[in-house]
Design a protein around this ligand. Structure first.
Ligand code: 8DG
Length: 128
């Protein structure tokens, strides 16, 4: 399945979210997003999912290299976009927690395995 995730940037920080105990991949950190529906574009999916999960508005900016990971029950193709934060207050509707972190701190969280190469790609992009 195709899953879109947003690397949402604000003032040099990045928004990360922790999956709740009741979700698959419980308690692991991820970039907010979700499954692509057949009727929508990747950008529409990101805007919709992030609004549904956090009640914030974002603008997708740059598509990064997708990463595939085989979980016991599914193959996830994770498609990352950097996104601009457009505002309003974060409301956690599904996740346990969120944090704004520096890119340098990303590696110190326990991520969904599919995100590991995505973080590497993102850090390389920042380094130019
Ligand atoms: N949103 C998001 N999902 C991710 C990331 N990394 C990663 O492996 N995933 C996985 C977790 C989920 O299995 C799937 C996203 O599904 P979802 O959040 O829309 O819905 P879900 O938990 O109900 O999906 P499911 O696993 O129960 O089928 O992708 C990420 O950075 N962001």
């Amino acid at each position: 399945m195709k899953v879109l995730c947003g690397i949402i940037e604000k003032d040099g920080l990045v928004l990360i979210t922790q999956r709740s105990e009741s979700m698959s991949q419980p308690l692991l950190w991820e970039f907010p997003g979700g499954k692509l529906e057949p009727s929508e574009t990747e950008e529409e999916c990101l805007v919709r999912e992030i609004n549904e999960e956090l009640s914030i508005d974002i603008t997708p900016k740059q598509r990064l290299t997708p990463a595939s990971y085989t979980y016991p029950d599914k193959i996830v193709e994770l498609i990352p976009y950097t996104c601009a934060f457009k505002g309003s207050e974060i409301n956690l509707l599904e996740h346990l927690r969120y944090k704004w972190v520096t890119p340098g701190a990303l590696a110190s969280y326990t991520w969904c395995p599919a995100d590991i190469p995505v973080i590497k790609t993102y850090l390389q992009l920042l380094q130019g």
